[in-house]
Design a protein around this ligand. Structure first.
Ligand code: IPM
Ligand code: MG
Length: 354
């Protein structure tokens, strides 16, 4: 298996190193070999090569079976040209690899339910999969940076979707729902946006024609944000566009109690990319206190979706459960009576459990 490692910025290198320990233990246990190729992305790539997504990174990623990414961005690069920001590296690799489908599973674990800002009886038992469109919409529509038009400073960004883009992401959501709770909630802003009205029409059509066995409902995004807090258990698969998915997945993550535990997979027609949903957390970088479990769970998703190793994926998830069950916690999840461990210690514990 060829894996491209893109540690990136901030806590990225620490959490990726811990996840690599786990991946190595998994490879040993399940008898396969991994060849790593570490490359630059984001701020680290800007510092090293002048651009956030260098050609060498693109070449390596395309040749790999999967990409494991840490995080990008930080205050150091806040003032660089907008076309060269670290985040641009992430957007470019998503587009370049055709990663139109972003899966962000969120479930409320018994280890974190008490950390949820929601009352535990409301949060407990929540288990949803956010299916976010990742290579279209306002993120990739024309961006017009601020300039004077008719004497007034003006800027704009275009939200644009085509039918094939909506169909392929909706298909992914319906297919995922068939393997889960058989319910899709499609989120849009059809009361205001033309792109949303087309989105809703296509999704409705597909359900009627191809997925009558899957229950479908629609929420406007503002109502959906409210429903996440009022009754998160009502959701199974949440299907939405790029920007609404960005916002709703952050909201969902805190309901789980900690953003540090949540993984993601970005899939398309070629190499898949795996990363925790949190950012680069520059404030705690280099201190060995970041939680690597979101990245380790991303490794489990990688094993399942890109490497075809379901058993190994389940072993990684079981190993994390075991370590948490034994009371080991990184500082973000620590409470009295538990055992506080560092980022790398957590990685080693999970690797040993495998
Ligand atoms: C995410 C992040 C990215 C996004 C940023 C870093 C560009 O917030 O993956 O959710 O907006 O997609
Ligand atoms: Mg985000």
């Amino acid at each position: 298996m060829k894996i491209t490692l893109l540690p990136g910025d901030g806590i990225g290198p620490e959490i990726v190193a811990a996840a690599v320990d786990v991946l190595n233990a998994t490879a040993k246990k399940f008898n396969f070999e991994i060849e790593y190729d570490e490359q630059l992305i984001g701020g680290a790539a800007i510092d090293g090569t002048g651009v956030p997504y260098p050609e060498a990174t693109a070449v390596s990623a395309k040749a790999a079976d999967a990409v494991l990414l840490g995080a990008v961005g930080g205050p150091k690069w806040d003032d660089v040209d907008p076309t060269l920001r670290p985040e641009k590296g992430l957007l470019q690799i998503r587009k370049d690899l055709g990663l139109y489908c972003n899966l962000r599973p969120m479930s409320v674990s018994k280890y974190t339910a008490h950390l949820s800002p929601l009352k535990s009886e409301r949060a407990e038992g929540t288990d949803m999969l956010i299916v976010r469109e990742l290579t279209g919409g306002i993120y990739f529509g024309e961006h017009n940076e601020a300039k004077e038009i008719n004497g007034v400073e003006t800027a704009s960004d275009i939200e644009l979707y085509t039918r094939p883009e909506v169909e392929r992401i909706a298909r992914f959501a319906f297919e995922s729902a068939r393997k889960r709770g058989k319910k899709v909630t499609s989120v849009d802003k059809a009361n205001v946006l033309a792109s949303s009205r087309m989105w809703r029409r296509i999704v409705t059509e597909m359900q009627a024609n191809e997925y009558p066995d899957v229950e479908l409902n629609h929420y406007y995004v503002d109502n959906c944000a409210m429903q996440f807090v009022l009754g998160p258990r009502q959701f199974d698969v949440v299907l939405t566009n790029n920007i609404f998915g960005d916002i709703l997945s952050d909201e969902a993550s805190v309901i789980a109690g900690s953003i540090g535990l949540l993984p993601s997979a970005s899939l398309g027609d070629g190499t898949g990319l795996y990363e925790p949903i949190h950012g680069s957390a520059p404030d705690i970088a280099g201190q060995g206190i970041a939680n690597p479990l979101g990245t380790i769970y991303s490794v489990a998703m990688m094993l399942r979706y890109s490497l075809g190793k379901d058993e190994a994926a389940a072993a990684v998830e079981a190993a994390v459960e075991k370590v948490l069950d034994e009371g080991y916690r990184t500082p973000d999840l620590y409470a009295e009576g538990l055992k506080r461990v560092s980022t790398s210690e957590m990685g080693k514990l999970v690797a040993d459990a495998i």
